[in-house]
Design a protein around this ligand. Structure first.
Ligand code: CU
Length: 471
């Protein structure tokens, strides 16, 4: 096992980074007795190490956030693995609260999924926990804390506890010239009574979370290194909404984006769009033809988001000048345009799910119900039998968005409102306010699986249940 000490920058120089991620294959350069010794060490060394620890994150000069992160970086280290490979990951917890890491979008056994509600072990404060699993399916996955934050806005996804996990397909077509990973996040959360700052929600609405700053990766818009491109390149951007509760609509000014995958899964109909909507936890892989030389802003469509820092600068070689912004003509988002009309198998069972809000009132916290029940009374939300296909017919009877996430399974979006569709495979689907969505999944991975809203506050306030298997 090798150890690297990475040159620290001012914002994280106090963080001991000796436990930086160590990739497999380090024994390849050894020989003879050295090799034997190395092999013995490798037998017990993990493929990856993640250390949860406090982090002082410098989003911009003078703008330092006290948060938590993995291995001293935000996002955490990129984990890139060939599909099907068995990996071991040691998670060390150098904080004073127990935590856990979920491998989002992967099909892994419940005990390895990283959700305590499914029986995965937590990583105790001061302790280390090894997770071992085969990595599948291919695509843009990610990992993040699955701790409960509740009213504590320093924890779980309010912090910098997330990273990309890219699962490479056996044969990567690689039809792009450059790959850029961008994780959007909002920082400095606070609880706010919306009634106190504007009129709008009904007066019985409870507290909401608002933010003071935002970033792409670890920097606010205008303060990081630009994304450097050349005219004629095809650039693959892997976009992730790693915010705890905020939606984001992202625009690369002056350019169109061709959506090739949603939540890491290739879409049947690639479409060129001016704006990509991502609810919390959603990903989009987009390819951009770099055909408008200049210096451009890639950021949130809302002025407020860009002002907070949600974005980065894309700079062509030899281009100069201030970054340009241009609002798109059309920013509507519709999952069904990426689908097709292939026949969808009839489900073996159709299950209605109704999501409702129990307003917390001014100064209180809202609660959420699934078919009238909140977590933990939803431990038996849905019972399935292996091999059967289920259709979840979901109704959002609230004025809030809900990115609904199913663990350990990939589902097919089959209807959005009145529009039938097929072939769009996801692990998180956003339900807009007062909407209906239908998703189909095959019960092909026995064990308990969480179904929950990925809005951290909603999840913590009851919007969670378990899909169980019979027999
Ligand atoms: Cu929600």
């Amino acid at each position: 096992m090798t150890t690297s000490r990475v040159t620290s920058n001012a914002s994280s120089s106090w963080v001991d980074r000796r436990e930086f991620v160590v990739g497999a294959g380090a024994a390849g350069i050894a020989s003879g007795a050295v090799l034997a010794k190395a092999c013995a060490q490798m037998a017990s060394a993990p493929d990856y190490s993640l250390r949860i620890a406090p982090l002082r994150l410098e989003l911009a000069p003078g703008k330092v956030i006290d948060t938590f992160g993995y291995n001293g970086t935000v996002p955490g280290p990129l984990i890139r693995v060939r599909e099907g490979r068995q990996v071991s990951i040691d998670i060390r917890n150098d904080t004073d609260i127990d935590d856990i890491i979920h491998w989002h979008g992967l099909k892994v056994p419940a005990a390895s999924d990283g959700a305590m509600e499914e029986g995965s072990p937590m990583v105790e404060r001061g302790g280390t926990q090894r997770y071992t699993f085969a990595v599948q399916p291919a695509g843009t996955r990610w990992y993040h804390s699955h701790d409960v934050a509740g009213t504590d806005l320093t924890r779980s996804l309010y912090a910098g506890l997330y990273g990309f996990l890219i699962v490479e397909p056996p044969n990567d077509p690689g039809r792009y010239d450059q790959e850029v990973l961008l994780a959007g996040h909002h920082w400095e959360p606070r609880w706010v009574s919306m009634q106190d700052i504007r009129q709008g929600p009904p007066p019985d609405n409870g507290l909401e979370v608002l933010y003071a700053s935002a970033s792409f990766n670890d920097r606010m818009l205008g303060h990081g290194e630009p994304v450097r491109v050349r005219e004629g390149q095809r650039v693959l951007f892997r976009l992730l909404n790693a915010s705890a509760t905020q939606n984001m609509t992202l625009v690369l000014a002056g350019h169109r984006m061709t959506v090739v995958a949603l939540d890491g899964n290739p879409v049947p109909s690639r479409q060129s769009v001016e704006a990509v909507f991502l609810a919390p936890a959603e990903r989009a892989d987009v390819v951009v033809e770099m055909n408008r030389p200049g210096v451009w802003i890639f950021g949130g469509i809302r002025d407020e988001d860009r002002r907070m820092g949600l974005g980065t600068v894309v700079e062509y070689a030899n281009a100069r000048g201030e970054p340009q912004w241009a609002a798109p003509a059309n920013s509507a988002w519709d999952y069904t345009i990426f689908g097709d009309q292939r026949p969808v198998p009839a489900p073996d069972e159709r299950i209605e799910l109704l999501f409702e809000k129990v307003p917390g009132g001014r100064g209180g916290y809202n609660r959420w119900t699934l078919n009238g029940q909140s977590w933990p009374n939803t431990r038996q939300l849905i019972a399935t039998e292996p091999g059967r296909r289920y259709r979840l017919a979901m109704t959002n009877k609230s004025g809030d968005n809900h990115p609904v996430h199913l663990h350990r399974h990939t589902f097919e979006v089959t209807k959005v409102g009145d529009k039938a569709t097929a072939g769009v495979m996801k692990d998180t689907v956003n339900m807009t306010r007062f909407s209906t969505v239908e998703i189909d999944f095959v019960a092909d991975d026995p064990g308990p699986s969480l179904l929950h809203c990925h809005h951290q506050d909603h999840q913590d306030e009851g919007f969670m249940g378990v899909v169980t298997y019979l027999g």
